[in-house]
Design a protein around this ligand. Structure first.
Ligand SMILES: [Zn+2]
Length: 401
C-alpha cells in the first residue's frame, strides 16, 4: 500500500514536471496566448465619434491570417475621415498604419509578398488588397501605386467587421499583400506606412536624374512627411539639406533627423526674403532639388523660388485637393528648365525598400522613433484623434495593451 502510494506520487510528480514546461512552450510558440471569442474594435459610427464595439472573431479560412494588433498610427487620412467622412465610409473600423502578430493562419499561408516564410508569432504589416487586380506584383515598379487599391482600415464595413487596425484583432483575407517584419521594433513597424510614402517620393525624384550625393536639397514642411523625407535623404547619403517650416520645434527636430540647416519662414517677410534665406542657408546657392511636403497652395507657389535653373522639384504635399496654386510658368518652370515630378502614395516594391531604410536609419543613429510623440490605448481613441486634430504632436499612435 505504502509503496504503491509513493509510486503513484512519484509518477504524478514526474508527469507534472514533464508537462509544465511543454505546456508553456506550446502556448507561446503557437498562439502567443489563447484567442478570445470576441475582439474589440473602434468603430467610427458618426463624425468625431468612435465607439468601442465587440465582434465575434470569425473562422479563419485556408488563405486567411488572424493578427493580434500591437499598434497603429493615426494618419492624415484618418483625421479627414474622423472630421468629414469624405469617402462616405461611416460606419467603419479605421487604421491602416498598423502592425501585429500572427496568432492563427490558414493552411495555404506559407510566404509573405516578398517570398519570406510566414509562421505563427511573426510580426506583420499589410499593404494593398488586390481583389480586382490580382496581377500586380511588387517587382513591377512601373505598375500603379496604391491609389485606387483597397487597404485595411479604409474598407466598408461587412459581416466580418474586423477590417481595420484600430482593433484588438484584424482578419487578413487571402489576396492581401502581407510582409513579415519580425526584425523591426514596434515603433519602426508603425512608421512603415508613412515612410513608404517618402521612399516612393524619393524614387520619383531620382527619375529626374538631378538628385545626387552632393545635391543641395530643400525640404519644405516639417510634419511627419517632411521629417521622414529628411531622414531618408540623409540615409541615402545626401547631407546638404535645408529644412523650411514655420515652427521652431519642428525645425529643431528636422536638424536631429539629418537637416544641415533650417529656415523659419516666420523670420522672413515675403517670398523674396524667404528665398534669400534659403540661399544663405546653402552658402549662397539655390537648391538643386526641392521636396514640397506641405498641403498649402502658397507653399507650392513659393517653392519654385528656392530652386536653381535646371533643378528639380517633387510635389507630394497634396494628398487631398487643397485648392489651386498660382505660379508663373515663364519664370518658375519654362525659363528655368525645371523638371517637376508628382508623387502619391507608394507601390508594393517601395514597401520592401522601406524596411531597409528603417534599419539603416537606426543604424546611423537617426532618432526616427521620436516621431511618435503620443501613445494612447484603444479605449482612448477619441482623445487620440482630438489630440491629432489639435496638431499637438507629430505621429500619434494607438498602442494596444
Ligand atoms: Zn497613412
Amino acid at each position: 500500500m505504502d509503496m504503491n502510494e509513493k509510486n503513484i506520487e512519484e509518477i504524478v510528480k514526474q508527469v507534472l514536471q514533464g508537462m509544465t514546461p511543454k505546456a508553456v512552450n506550446s502556448v507561446t510558440k503557437t498562439t502567443g496566448g489563447a484567442i478570445p471569442l470576441k475582439s474589440k474594435a473602434a468603430m467610427l459610427t458618426a463624425l468625431e465619434k468612435y465607439e468601442i464595439k465587440e465582434f465575434p472573431i470569425p473562422n479563419i479560412g485556408d488563405d486567411d491570417i488572424l493578427v493580434k494588433v500591437e499598434g497603429c498610427g493615426i494618419c492624415g487620412t484618418d483625421a479627414h475621415e474622423f472630421k468629414r467622412d469624405p469617402f462616405g465610409l461611416i460606419p467603419l473600423v479605421l487604421g491602416h498604419e498598423g502592425t501585429g502578430e500572427i496568432v492563427k493562419m490558414g493552411k495555404n499561408v506559407k510566404k509573405d509578398s516578398a517570398g519570406k516564410p510566414l509562421a505563427l508569432g511573426d510580426k506583420i504589416v499589410t499593404c494593398m488588397i488586390f481583389k480586382d487586380n490580382p496581377d500586380i506584383t511588387m517587382f513591377d515598379l512601373n505598375k500603379q501605386n496604391v491609389g485606387g487599391a483597397d487597404v485595411y482600415g479604409l474598407l466598408p464595413d461587412d459581416e466580418i467587421h474586423l477590417n481595420g487596425w484600430f482593433a484588438d484583432y484584424l482578419v487578413v483575407r487571402g489576396g492581401s499583400s502581407v510582409f513579415n517584419v519580425s526584425d523591426l521594433d514596434l515603433d519602426s513597424r508603425i512608421l512603415i506606412e508613412p515612410a513608404a510614402v517618402l521612399i516612393h517620393a524619393v524614387e520619383r525624384a531620382k527619375t529626374t536624374g538631378i538628385l545626387r550625393f552632393n545635391s543641395r536639397v530643400v525640404v519644405q514642411g516639417c510634419g511627419p512627411i517632411g521629417l521622414l523625407c529628411i531622414a531618408i535623404l540623409r540615409t541615402m547619403g545626401i547631407e546638404n539639406i535645408v529644412a523650411v517650416d514655420g515652427e521652431q520645434k519642428r525645425l529643431d527636430f528636422a536638424r536631429e533627423l539629418g537637416a544641415e540647416k533650417s529656415v523659419n519662414f516666420k523670420d522672413h517677410k515675403g517670398i523674396e526674403a524667404l528665398a534669400e534665406g534659403v540661399k544663405n542657408a546653402f552658402g549662397g546657392y539655390l537648391a538643386d532639388f526641392a521636396f514640397q511636403c506641405t498641403g498649402s497652395p502658397v507653399g507650392h507657389s513659393n517653392i519654385y523660388k528656392f530652386i536653381r535653373n535646371g533643378g528639380g522639384l517633387c510635389e507630394l504635399g497634396f494628398f487631398i485637393n487643397g485648392g489651386d496654386a498660382t505660379i508663373n510658368p515663364h519664370f518658375d518652370i519654362c525659363s528655368k528648365e525645371l523638371t517637376v515630378v508628382g508623387s502619391w502614395v507608394y507601390t508594393l516594391r517601395d514597401y520592401a525598400t522601406t524596411f531597409d531604410f528603417l534599419k539603416r536609419a537606426k543604424g546611423i543613429g537617426l532618432p526616427i522613433n521620436k516621431l511618435i510623440t503620443h501613445r494612447f490605448p484603444l479605449s482612448q481613441i477619441n482623445e487620440a484623434h482630438q489630440t491629432n486634430l489639435r496638431m499637438e504632436g507629430l505621429k500619434i499612435a494607438i498602442i494596444n495593451e
